[in-house]
Design a protein around this ligand. Structure first.
Ligand code: ASP
Length: 385
């Protein structure tokens, strides 16, 4: 009931931000790096899950599985373009819906740009975007309502699970949490610290951690990248010394569309669900998970536990049982903290890189002043913070 409307509304909002008018050179670079880091995050998540096999050893008796006759990779790519968007919505073909909504949304921004100010076309398009925003708000309210009563359902499902499987269920939860924690640790160390900060920007990851401490702690405590945005912006300005011209665009965009922790979790849960359902996923199906998780993370709102909703999209795409979502909802308040911290760290690391590429990063002040690891910075007065 909620997946299709949420995807349509939130992606229309994302498309407005992604409009070519908003993009420009810096925007294009930011978007590209965001997509690359998210793809790497999902690959890491899927890779670690294939090794750790979270969920193996327990079985969910009530789950509906429908993964047989997965189409070939080529066919899956072709299926992304729907023949008929309405039937894609009726059939719950998630990738096709995402594709159509993004194309439609970007089309609207192009038409709006060409239309005269105050023309009915322009006003109409503005109204559609405003409606999408209102629609998303309404759907979040509906989700909130479901979650309120969901607590009872989650309690019952977890009780039934423990009754059926016994204490081993704890092992499955522990394995799921451990898989996510390892994947996040790898993403942060390899992608952000070593490749982006040390390699491409040439600064100390420790200085970065010091400079983003408040934002990361806020993300851990409030579980919302959007809610953390003001703190991220102030850390970018005062500590990381990124120019406002970069972070004022890259951070809000990142809080909306760049969610590496969320994206990798979507992949990990798909493997977890497959293990519980007792099916093994082919490479083609894992590729479909990668693409869906990438696009679904773009459409995930930066609010607490938002990915539980998007998870339905990913599991539906490969025919895995949605009951798994209720099962893991009980531990989500804990896992969501890790994901959100990773999401925010990713936005800030990429913003630092974009700042560096565009001469919009001051390596002589802020946290870099006493800990610059390359010769880029001019030895300046470190007192200006
Ligand atoms: N809470 C996450 C965020 O705000 C989204 C999620 O993974 O549920 O970034």
């Amino acid at each position: 009931m909620i997946i299709v409307p949420i995807i349509v509304f939130t992606l229309l909002m994302a498309a407005e931000r992604l409009s070519p008018t908003n993009l420009g050179k810096i925007g294009g670079q930011t978007l590209l790096v965001y997509m690359v880091t998210t793809t790497v995050a999902i690959v890491i998540g899927l890779g670690i899950s294939n090794v750790m096999d979270p969920g193996s050893g327990i079985t969910l008796a009530s789950g509906n599985v429908n993964t047989e006759q997965a189409p070939s990779l080529g066919q899956q790519l072709l299926n992304i373009v729907p023949t008929n968007p309405i039937s894609a919505m009726a059939e719950g073909n998630i990738l096709a819906i995402i594709f159509f909504v993004l194309v439609f949304g970007i089309g609207m921004t192009l038409v709006r740009e060409e239309a005269d100010a105050d023309s009915s076309i322009r006003n109409g398009i503005d109204t559609i975007f405003e409606t999408a925003e209102a629609g998303a708000e309404v759907m979040f309210k509906v989700v909130w309502g479901i979650m309120e009563y969901g607590v009872i359902g989650v309690f019952a499902l977890m009780a039934a699970l423990f009754g059926e499987i016994g204490i081993e269920a704890i092992g499955a939860y522990a394995m799921l949490s451990l898989t996510l924690a390892i994947a996040i640790a790898l993403q942060m160390t390899i992608v952000y610290f070593l490749v982006i900060l040390r390699g491409l920007v040439g600064v100390s990851p420790l200085a970065f951690l010091r400079g983003t401490r408040e934002a990361l702690v806020t993300a851990l405590s409030i579980r919302s990248s959007s809610g953390t945005l003001p703190v991220s912006m102030s850390n970018a300005e005062d500590n990381l010394r990124i120019d406002e011209g970069v972070y004022s665009f890259s951070l809000p965009l990142g809080a909306t569309i760049n969610m590496d922790g969320t994206a990798m979790y979507l992949g990990i849960v798909a493997i977890f669900a497959a293990n519980i359902a007792g099916v093994s996923l082919t490479i083609t199906q894992q590729f479909a998970i990668l693409v869906t998780a990438l696009l679904a993370s773009v459409g995930t709102a930066g609010v607490p536990s938002a990915s539980l909703v998007m998870m339905a999209a990913v599991l539906t795409q490969v025919g895995l049982p949605l009951e798994v979502i209720a099962m893991i909802a009980g531990i989500d308040p804990f896992l969501d903290r890790l994901r959100t911290m990773n999401n925010v760290a990713g936005d800030l690391a990429v913003s630092t890189l974009i700042g560096k590429w565009n001469g919009a990063l001051d390596l002589t002040t802020g946290v870099w002043a006493d800990e610059v690891s390359t010769g880029d910075a001019i030895a300046g007065d470190p007192s200006t913070d």
